[in-house]
Design a binder for this molecule. Structure first.
Ligand code: G
Ligand code: G
Ligand code: MN
Ligand code: NA
Length: 253
């Protein structure tokens, strides 16, 4: 079978799963949020990374069904953590195609209603590409989502267009600095300056900033010294199974 065709049946065959990676609040050192990340385990081919299959799913439209499954599953996991007495925000990645889907709003509303997750605890991560495509329609879609009470984060910031125009125009709550700017900190003077500029600009627009791909204490310190609001990366935790999250929520850094 071809990969595209395999992808279409993977949902029915229950081959997808989610792992979760913590985001740590700089002020408290506690986990403020966890990001859901999809995994595909094919019975014969084994693990197929999202960077390989997400683009395929966007080509054949399967991303809409897959994205709906991710939302419902992640919201249900988050409510299970709450029943354990652990309240944490949930971040879910949204494909540009989902943002253009006229059914997105009812899909999100249903995922919240059927799980019982409070909208304030859900954050959707969108990419710069999604913002560039159709500004008017995108603003409407984001406004509708924010009116439900949830938060919007701009993912992988700095890798695509990084237009300053949409940053002030779009209804965003936060921005995630791409890990390519983090990996050679604290030694790379140029990336230190880029990080400083992103933080100044974001804070003046009222956006909170998360740094991605933080792998060492030196990287964390460089980001902390410059006023970064939250961190995500292997230094704190790799993505883990849903059942491992409650124990992590007791930790602090
Ligand atoms: O988990 P990992 O680093 O391998 O993820 C690689 C890429 O796949 C990241 O850019 C991430 O945003 C994307 N990704 C992971 N899970 C999802 C998902 O549920 N939906 C979408 N649209 N992208 C995802
Ligand atoms: O959605 P986003 O593009 O932010 O996806 C996050 C991706 O980054 C996931 O695939 C995750 O596995 C990966 N990742 C998370 N932390 C680290 C890290 O510290 N180093 C590296 N190299 N990758 C990371
Ligand atoms: Mn993300
Ligand atoms: Na990212």
């Amino acid at each position: 079978m071809e990969r595209q065709a395999r992808l279409r049946v993977a949902l029915e065959r229950d081959e997808f799963s989610l792992v979760y990676q913590p985001q740590v609040d700089a002020a408290s050192g506690r986990i403020s949020s966890v990001e859901a990340l999809i995994r595909w385990t094919h019975p014969v081919l084994g693990t197929i990374p999202p960077l390989e299959f997400i683009p395929l799913a966007e080509e054949n439209g399967a991303i809409l069904a897959i994205g709906g499954w991710v939302l419902r599953t992640a919201c249900a996991d988050a409510v299970r953590w709450q029943r354990d007495g652990k309240c944490v925000r949930l971040a879910v990645n949204l494909s540009p195609l989902q943002l253009k889907d006229p059914d997105l709003l009812p899909i999100v509303r249903d995922a919240l209603a059927s799980s019982g997750l409070a909208p304030e605890l859900l954050e959707l991560e969108i990419t710069e590409g999604a913002l560039m495509e159709d500004t008017a329609a995108t603003t409407l879609a984001l406004d509708a989502l924010r009116n439900l009470g949830l938060r919007i984060a701009l993912d992988d910031f700095g890798t695509e267009y990084s237009s300053l125009a949409y940053l002030s125009r779009m209804p965003l709550n936060s921005l995630k600095i791409d890990r390519s700017f983090v990996s050679d900190l604290p030694h790379c003077a140029k990336n230190l300056e880029i990080v400083r500029a992103i933080l100044a600009m974001s804070h003046s627009l009222g956006l909170s900033v998360t740094a991605e791909g933080v792998e060492t204490v030196e990287q964390m310190t460089a980001l902390l010294d410059r006023g970064c609001d939250a961190f995500q990366g292997y230094y704190f935790s790799r993505p883990v199974a849903a059942s491992d999250i409650p124990a992590l929520l007791d930790r602090s850094w």
